[in-house]
Design a protein around this ligand. Structure first.
Ligand code: NDP
Length: 604
């Protein structure tokens, strides 16, 4: 293997220029408004194709200890950690027909997790399960979610095919009233929200989308009744069909090779090519992953988190493309690694970035035989402007006679959809089935999207309060005026690519808050001063990613090419340091959020 050459200053200047042009080709004046939520007349794109249908049941008006909103990994982990704290009545409310969240919905052919399964699947130590593949298929992950729910006895109280429609704090009883679309109005002493970051599928707002007369669905609601087959392929229903796929993000990269195998013809409508790095999936043994002693999985995932958080470790246990590229992800990481002169840092970073991106562009050239197609598949932006993807099957799919790449960058995406086809430039592509791999409203769901109104003390609505003053919280979990409401998710805390690890630490914290409040017969609620102090911590060392994002092609990482977030959004020193901070705070300062104001009636 030859060592990649560092680019010369002239080559770097040319790359900068090319990246700028490619960004300009794609930035749209309507930014994030270009998308269409899967609501109202488009609501059928979000309907549940997997549940047998809501089962009849009487509305509930009872009282539980904790209502957990969401039955994905966040909610399941909250349930498990609450059980470990001895909490008895935990009711998880979930829109889907079973547990699993992302992995309940995303069953498209080829679905896998691109984070190593031995660090991604939570509670492996506790459940004794050892995944068989380095990168697990979606079904194995979904079954693991079910395993955890069974192991921690979360099924008996769970409500499926049920959407929470409002949360209302009742001062007199010091409980939350949880209302649902099934007529429930039950009470909960605590509410934990775990509504996910990728739960609301979105569509592009393409003119004419509603006119299409062929078959259509979103990848997160795969219609196997139409395609036939399973997530492993065998989609006989598509063998004579012309299938259009919109989107070439992490989902598109996994689904397109599977469609290429089975469909009559596949038209891939690409707007921005992803970076597609080596996958090298393989079977693993317990020995390979060091699963020979108690706590092996916890150690492995901590090792991984340290690496992708920019910490130094002696050994890289996972050793894959994520950990190998961790240095290049630094720009999305905290500022503490940005020591010394910023210009020097940026220059060194830019060179390393160009080497990696050249390697990825070379990979396209070596894999795709038609040079025009290869040219269109090359990503022209800095590493991780778009979420990195991994596949050994994606590029070879374009060497097949039944796969056509249609580049839509010059027209800012597909221009129009007609009754029977997709229009790009002067060409109408006649298709039978149109599949949207166009992703989700990232980071917004439930209480943050406004679909789930939360009324706290004095009837104050959470989003109204935040619209005036910006989001306010302590550690992202709790907010003044909203007692016993504990939020999980991406708000004012720290995140990482291995999101289930983040969720598990959040679940541990949520359960500890509940346990501490129970022990002291208190309410969980931070003071305004506590929130102010936390906001100051977030602001103090806030990393400035704008220099990087400002040059990126548009996408959800940079709010479709423009706009700054409303206030500091993340703990500046990264997920590993955040977890340490939470642990210390639980040991030393948890009393700060415990208000001893519970009514005598509740405490007796
Ligand atoms: P993304 O939002 O990442 O990608 C959407 C795709 O649709 C992009 O290629 C986008 O192009 C394209 N698109 C949008 N509008 C148009 C249009 N008008 N015309 C043409 N193309 C259009 O969605 P994904 O479902 O791929 O991923 C969603 C999330 O799920 C991501 O966070 C991803 O990381 C995660 N995921 C994780 C996996 C894992 O293994 N861990 C697997 C799959 C997904 P453009 O880039 O130009 O906007």
């Amino acid at each position: 293997m030859t060592t990649p050459q560092a680019p010369t200053p002239d080559e770097l200047a040319a790359l900068r220029q090319r990246y700028r042009l490619e960004r300009e080709r794609r930035v749209r004046p309507d930014g994030a408004r270009q998308y269409q939520p899967t609501e109202a007349e488009f609501g059928y794109y979000a309907a549940d194709p997997y549940a047998a249908g809501p089962t009849d049941r009487e509305p509930l008006e009872d009282t539980v200890d904790v209502a957990v909103i969401g039955g994905g990994f966040g909610g399941i982990l909250a349930g498990a950690r609450l059980r470990q704290q001895g909490v008895e009545r935990v009711r998880i409310v979930e829109i889907g027909g079973d547990f699993g969240g992302t992995w309940y919905w995303n069953r498209y052919p080829g679905v896998h997790c691109d984070i190593e399964s031995h660090v991604y699947l939570p509670l492996l130590d506790e459940t004794g399960y050892v995944p068989e593949w380095k990168y697990a298929p979606g079904d194995e992950i979904r079954r693991h979610a079910v395993r955890i729910a069974q192991r921690f006895n979360l099924y008996p109280d769970a409500l499926f095919s049920t959407a929470v429609t409002s949360l209302t704090w009742e001062e007199a009883s010091e409980t939350w009233i949880v209302a649902t679309d099934r007529g429930d109005a039950f009470r909960a002493t605590y509410v934990v929200t775990a509504t996910g970051t990728l739960s609301e599928p979105k569509l592009p707002g393409i003119p004419g989308i509603e006119d299409f007369k062929g078959h259509t669905f979103h990848t997160s609601r795969w219609d196997y009744a139409y395609t036939g087959g399973t997530p492993d392929g065998g989609m006989a229903g598509l063998s004579r069909k012309r299938v259009g796929v919109v989107g070439t993000g992490a989902t598109g990269i996994q689904v397109i090779p599977a469609l290429a195998e089975d469909a009559g013809h596949v038209y891939v409508f690409q707007r921005t090519p992803s970076t597609v790095d080596v996958r090298a999936n393989r079977r693993t043994t317990a020995e390979d992953v060091g699963a020979d002693h108690e706590g092996w999985a916890g150690e492995r995932r901590e090792n991984y988190l340290r690496i992708v958080s920019g910490e130094t470790v002696e050994e890289d246990l996972v050793a894959d493309q994520w950990t190998a590229s961790a240095g290049l992800l630094e720009k999305l990481l905290p500022s503490f690694r940005r020591q010394g002169d910023r210009k020097t840092f940026e220059a060194a970073y830019e060179t390393a970035d160009a080497v990696k991106m050249n390697e990825l562009r070379d990979r396209v050239e070596q894999s795709v035989t038609d040079s025009d197609t290869a040219e269109k598949l090359k990503p022209w932006y800095r590493y991780a402007c778009k979420r990195p993807t991994f596949s050994d099957k994606y590029y070879p799919a374009f060497n097949r006679a039944n796969v056509t790449l249609v580049d839509t960058a010059d027209t800012h995406g597909i221009e129009r959809i007609t009754e029977h086809g997709v229009v790009v430039g002067d060409t109408t592509y006649e298709i039978d089935c149109l599949i949207f791999a166009t992703g989700f409203s990232v980071g917004t769901s439930g209480i943050h999207s406004g679909k789930l109104p939360v009324h706290g003390r004095d009837g104050t609505q959470l989003l109204h309060a935040w619209a005036r003053q910006g989001p306010r919280s302590l550690h992202g979990f709790t907010s003044n005026g909203f007692p016993n409401l504990i939020q999980m998710g991406p708000l004012q805390n720290a995140s990482s690519v291995n999101y289930t690890h983040i969720l598990d630490e959040q679940a541990v914290h949520a359960a500890a808050l509940v346990a501490a409040a129970e022990a002291k017969d208190a309410l969980v609620e931070p003071s305004r001063e506590g929130e102010d102090a936390w906001l100051a911590v977030l602001a103090e060392d806030a990393p400035d990613h704008e220099w990087f994002h400002a040059e990126c092609t548009p996408g959800y990482y940079n709010r479709e090419g423009g706009g700054r977030p409303n206030g500091p959004t993340a703990y500046p020193h990264g997920a590993f340091a955040f977890h340490e901070l939470l642990k210390r705070w639980r040991e030393e300062s948890i009393g700060e959020v415990l208000l001893r104001t519970r009514t005598p009636a509740r405490s007796s």
